[in-house]
Design a binder for this molecule. Structure first.
Ligand code: ADP
Ligand code: MG
Length: 591
């Protein structure tokens, strides 16, 4: 006996609703998207009790005529695509034709729609659990008004599963952010329990971000602009110091659609490597435009995941454009000293005239005498490039006045920390991490210099590797040579090194190369940034003073001054905290 039956529409719709309508915020998303697709100029969202009692969306878009109003609440009815080819040239948010039918099947719904100008006759359809209850002509304005009441009234399990109003409202606000940010040319009004939460008038993207996230976000924004044949990336990221503990300010919009993509998120995160602590997330608002046929939106019912044809290339473009902008626009964070001055010290020295680098790291070493002269350098004899090399030096000098260790002597604690005084309180600096940060920024700078000093070794060092290891290390050869390394041989089994960067201690060379091999990822993604970043990081690790080293007052002073001339003195290249300021208020509280 045949036991297979075609499910009635009402059951099929409820099953579909399980995917499309998970909570009130899903309804908000679908209705707002429909209004955006309708070409509305103004969209109004009104909710009660975090959407559990009412979700009402009104727009002044194209509207529906009587026939379409009757059809739109059936499954797989859509005006947005006609055939499967259209799936690869989507310009609308919707295309699956299942939102209205799904929502209708689990709520009390009313749709009023009118295609004509104000106060003419439109139609209203009322449904309960997807069943039509009435259909009437009503006087209405142009556009569509959809109200959804008593969501999940017929699925108690779902209704009980909903979280507190606060949590559900948070989900709705998240959806509202996603849609209102990218559709900044539309006016949005959002009212919750008679309180106006947002009233956003049409504006440019930047202004919309500021309206949504508050005036204070203005100073946090760094513009991103990259145009390639594969993708155009425009938008903003937050300066590293404004990174947050949550991901709620991370937005990718691909062809105007908000999407989630862990791969692209990783690209952004790695662009911030060394600039933010590991437990923080960068904030970003990025519009990525790609050819319509190079993505597949139809891989997830709620359309927030998409597949790219060229995701590796887009990863690389995204990462490098953010790195570039961070370098160009980043303003190093000021710790709140009395006069709050920005230390503007970009990595990029591209715009400066190329010159032979001044080496004042060690008085014993003069690159102008003889570039290949062997020098015996102790790593602790550092005196990193003075602040004069950075732009805005007057400002920095002012800042340093406050930090001046002459009047505020420093001392070492446990050969590990440098303690000094500022006008704001007591500063405790982890000397090793501070030195790593200084060296890291210096190595990055040297990687963009034309020439760099080298330290020739009296006795070359020979290191053995297998052929796979050699293949990987080969990728590092050119940048390392640029940084003063000299390789006598790079054969299939070993390398012979006869020159190294002057800061490096030759005892650490083997360990440095082993570390390069442990960080194999650089070979996967051929972006120069990743490679340079890794080299600068590891060189700083193996060139820095240790956390158990006595350093004299003069070096302590240079360390403090050089640290605060850095682009980001807050965290080490490995994302660790470098210093802690114990403020006067905190000290007062103790007593
Ligand atoms: P989809 O958006 O995937 O097409 P929906 O179920 O969300 O499917 O909507 C079905 C159809 O109803 C849409 O294709 C559109 O023609 C019409 N529609 C829905 N909402 C509106 C609206 N606010 N204004 C005008 N037409 C709408
Ligand atoms: Mg839709």
């Amino acid at each position: 006996m045949s036991i297979i039956k075609l499910l009635p529409d009402s059951v099929a719709n409820q099953i579909a609703a399980g995917e499309v309508v998970q909570r009130p915020s899903s309804v908000v998303k679908e209705l707002l998207e429909n209004s955006v697709d309708s070409g509305a100029k103004t969209i109004r969202l009104v909710i009660k009790d975090a959407g559990k009692t009412l979700i009402h969306v009104l727009d002044d878009g194209i509207g529906m005529d009587k026939d379409d109003l009757k059809k739109c609440i059936f499954r797989h009815t859509t005006s947005k695509i006609r055939n499967s080819k259209d799936l690869y040239s989507l310009k609308t948010m919707g295309f699956r034709g299942e939102a209205l039918s799904s929502i209708a099947s689990v709520s009390h719904m009313s749709i009023i729609s009118n295609q004509d100008d104000n106060n003419s006759l439109g139609c209203e359809i009322k449904l309960e659990g997807g069943q039509e209850k009435s259909f009437n002509e009503v006087v209405s304005s142009k556009g569509t008004s959809i109200s959804v009441k008593n969501l999940f009234f017929n699925i108690p399990a779902r209704r009980n599963f909903l979280k507190s109003d606060n949590v559900e409202l948070k989900h709705i606000i998240d959806e509202f952010h996603r849609i209102s940010l990218i559709n900044h040319e539309i006016n949005f009004i959002f009212i919750n329990n008679n309180n106006e939460l947002f009233n956003l008038s049409k504006s440019i993207f930047k202004e919309r971000i500021i309206r949504v996230f508050g005036k204070s976000s203005k100073q946090k924004l760094i513009p991103i602009n990259e145009e390639t044949d594969l993708a155009v990336i425009k938008g903003f990221v937050f300066k590293p110091e404004y990174s947050r503990k949550t991901r709620s300010t991370q937005f990718f919009f691909v062809n105007s659609r908000f999407i989630k993509n862990s791969h692209l998120n990783h690209a952004v995160k790695t662009a911030y490597d060394g600039l933010i602590q590991d437990n923080l997330y960068p904030s970003y608002f990025l519009k990525i435009s790609v050819p319509l046929n190079s993505i597949d939106v139809n891989i997830h019912p709620n359309k927030t995941e998409i597949k790219f044809d060229n995701d590796q290339s887009i990863y690389a473009i995204l990462k490098s454009s953010i790195k570039h902008s961070l370098g160009q626009f980043n303003i190093a964070p000021t710790i709140d000293f009395d006069n709050n001055i920005n230390l503007n010290t970009p990595y990029s020295f591209r715009n400066k005239e190329a010159s032979i680098p001044k080496v004042d790291y060690n008085q014993a070493f003069n690159p102008f005498d003889n570039l290949t002269k062997p020098v015996d350098l102790k790593t602790k004899d550092f005196e990193i490039t003075s602040v004069n090399d950075f732009v805005g030096k007057d400002q920095i000098k002012n800042e340093l006045e406050i930090l001046k260790t002459n009047s505020f002597p420093s001392f070492q604690l446990k050969s590990k920390y440098i303690i000094t005084k500022t006008s704001a309180g007591i500063l405790i600096i982890n000397q090793k991490r501070a030195h790593q940060r200084i060296l890291y920024e210096n190595f990055l700078k040297e990687l963009s210099n034309k020439t760099n000093p080298i330290q020739t070794l009296l006795f070359p060092i020979k290191l053995d590797f297998n052929s796979e290891e050699i293949r990987m290390l080969k990728l590092l050869e050119a940048p390392l040579v640029h940084l003063g390394f000299k390789f006598n041989a790079f054969s299939s089994e070993n390398i012979e090194i006869s020159g190294i960067h002057p800061f490096l201690n030759k005892k650490n060379i083997n360990e440095l190369f082993q570390d390069f091999l442990r960080n194999k990822d650089y070979s996967k993604d051929y972006a120069v940034h990743t490679l340079n970043d890794l080299i600068a990081k590891l060189l700083s690790k193996y060139s820095s003073i240790s956390s158990n080293e006595n350093i004299n007052i003069k070096l302590q002073e240079s360390l403090v001054n050089d640290l605060f001339a850095c682009k980001d003195p807050n965290v080490s290249p490995f994302g660790k905290l470098i210093f802690k300021l114990i403020s006067l208020e905190e000290i007062i509280k103790i007593f």
